[in-house]
Design a protein around this ligand. Structure first.
Ligand code: FSX
Ligand code: SF4
Length: 405
């Protein structure tokens, strides 16, 4: 009975905003997908949202402080632009956004006062976007007349949790790229340096998918639990698989069907974008599942190779997505393994040597059985032969044959 009453009350709120029940259920499906939940849980998510929004209407708002460090504001922009129905509105009704430089109507002294009062009252979440700049004792970025790192510290140490939203907040992002002249770092590293022991949820991406934040706020605000985090404090359901794992062009990758040039017939056939620089195989995020702009499309579907914007090692600003992945749109020539850069050719030779060693051992067994033979390895691609400067190495099976003989 209580559920029915809540649903009816909530429905009248949706009606007042011109949002149909169908659109609302679609939103809950998106939240469930972004949170890595089965679509069977959509009804539960809907109930949780309803209870939370009704609770909020009755005075139970959960306070959130949203601060911005050094950034392009793309993270707030991405969050503010999602629509149909507007999840931002639904979420904003679950929380009390007491401070947000971009979205709040207030400004200046009264805004800073709201932040201080929220900190004093306690029991809030800090959403932080942008990098922390430590250079010149934090004067590289001053906010409201103070070093930005000081207001971050003051707000983070009393928070229930800190959501580092975006690659800049996760590890400094593009500002952390060499020479990192402003000494940019992410929230987790700075908090560690300052001895601030508050849970951190890292949500990389430049910008991150706003629906990831919706899902996290649903967990933290409504379910009162932290999402399961991986070894880099990133929500496991969002960041444990690679872009490549869930890519619709994966079949073409497996078939060796690549786009080598934009504007080519291969591009028109939606072949795999690896040869024009796709970083999907080494970038961990569920972009292909959640998609962008209310599931309309996402980078690879729209024809752009993944540029690895979710690459962000929270404790190492040097391991940021720009430094690791530039130059974009060409195949990777340097790969990092344990912080050491390798040329793919070197890795190719190491792999060939390892495979050869296995083949030799395997060969003894096959010889003993009297059926020794070699599978052909990939030849030099025609395109690579014509473009030696852009080739990532020669596929030469003579080494294998030599080692195996
Ligand atoms: Fe960084 Fe966000 Fe990239 Fe921009 O604020 S993650 S530069 S999209 O906006 O911080
Ligand atoms: Fe993998 Fe990128 Fe090719 Fe998709 S387009 S299959 S992510 S390499």
């Amino acid at each position: 009975m209580e559920n029915e009453a809540t649903t009816a009350k909530f429905q009248s709120m949706l009606d007042a905003r011109g949002i149909s029940r169908r659109s609302f259920m679609k939103l809950c499906g998106t939240i469930a997908a972004a949170a890595g939940l089965s679509q069977l849980t959509v009804a539960q998510v809907a109930q949780a949202v309803e209870n939370s929004v009704i609770g909020a209407q009755e005075g139970g708002l959960y306070p959130v402080i949203w601060m911005e460090g050094a950034s392009c504001t793309g993270c707030t922009e991405a969050f503010a632009q999602i629509d149909d129905p507007d999840p931002a509105t639904v979420v904003l009704e679950m929380i009390s956004l007491n401070y947000c430089e971009t979205l709040s109507a207030a400004a200046g002294w009264s805004m800073e006062e709201a932040r201080k009062q929220t900190i004093e009252a306690g029991n809030y979440i800090l959403v932080y976007e942008g990098a922390l700049l430590k250079r010149w004792d934090g004067h590289a970025l001053r906010i409201a007349g103070e070093p930005g790192i000081d207001s971050f510290k003051e707000t983070a140490e009393k928070a229930n949790a800190v959501v580092a939203f975006g690659s800049c907040a996760t590890n400094g992002g593009w500002m952390g790229a060499e020479p990192n002249s402003s000494d940019a770092v992410g929230c987790q590293k700075y908090m560690q340096e300052q001895g601030i022991d508050v849970p951190v949820i890292n949500v990389p991406g430049c910008p991150p998918n706003p629906e990831w934040l919706v899902a996290i706020l649903v967990d933290v605000v409504m379910m009162q639990v932290l999402p399961e985090l991986n070894e880099q404090n990133k929500p496991a359901v969002i960041f444990n698989e690679t872009v490549h794992d869930n890519c619709e062009r994966r079949g073409h990758f497996e078939n060796g069907e690549f786009v080598y040039q934009f504007g080519s017939p291969e591009e028109a056939k939606n072949y795999c974008l690896y040869a024009v620089g796709c970083r999907g195989p080494q970038t961990r995020a569920n972009c292909g599942i959640v998609r962008y702009n209310h599931r309309r499309s996402w980078c690879v579907e729209s024809g752009a190779p993944c540029i690895g914007c979710c690459e962000a090692n929270p404790l190492d600003p040097g391991d940021n997505w720009v430094e690791v992945n530039t130059p974009f749109y060409i195949r990777h020539r340097d790969l990092r393994i344990g912080g050491v850069p390798f040329q793919p050719t070197t890795i190719g030779w190491i792999a060939i040597a390892a495979v050869a060693a296995v083949m030799v051992i395997h060969g003894f067994g096959m010889k003993a059985k009297g059926n020794f033979g070699f599978v052909e390895t990939e030849k030099v691609r025609e395109w690579d032969a014509k473009h030696p400067n852009e080739s990532i190495g020669v596929y030469d099976d003579s080494v294998l044959k030599k080692e195996g003989e």
